[in-house]
Design a protein around this ligand. Sequence first.
Ligand code: PGA
Length: 249
Amino acid sequence: MQRREIFAGNWKMFTTRAEALALARGLLEGLGELKGREVAVFPPSVHARELADICRGKIDVGVQNMYFEKEGAFTGEVSPVMVKDLGARYILIGHSERRHVFGETDEMVNRKVKAACEYGIEPMVCVGELLAEREAGDSEKVVGGQLRKAFDGITADQMKKAVVAYEPVWAIGTGKVATPEIADAMHRYIRKELAGLYGAGIAAMVPVLYGGSVKADNIAGLFASPDIDGALVGGASLKANSFLDIIHV
Ligand code: PGA
């Protein structure tokens, strides 16, 4: 079975409304032949509704973060109901900046994954080790633990809609991309862990994206790995041309 290939742009806390619209239009104009690949963008949530309208049917829109409750007195948060309602397909969960800047725990990640599944939003779950953890030889232990906790209580059927993004924290925004060998080894490990949790059939279906300093000049080496099913791109997704060059690898 052919796994889905996804190229996703995480715009983080960048773009005014005008910049977001211009970036989306630039992407739509340059999409061209996608060879079955899927393209998604994660704009700041205040722009997501408008982008979902103009991107419909061509580029999937996701939201970068949400809370796990349906509604309530949670000032500043957005709920899964709102994310679904605006027409988003994906919710990014557990990005390293959420974990390390905002103190998101594995338990919160798990509650968000459960909320996404409950409300019909496809979770794109980020995992990845810190540099110190890699240097201590703990990368697999850390990533395996993040995976098991994130998907605790998630059924095999729900897992069919999930996407995993391996983003080594030391590679995010640093220009230090993981070598294809490092990324390939971790992606194979992630697939093995998923097979242990859900069986080989489900593990073979779940796209596992690489993220961390992906650029047009390093994507080909990474994407050559059969277990790397696309990329989650930060900085290089903020210019239409550089993201398009990655998508068209
Ligand atoms: P980067 O970010 O491509 O700028 O390293 C990746 C990410 O944070 O998703």
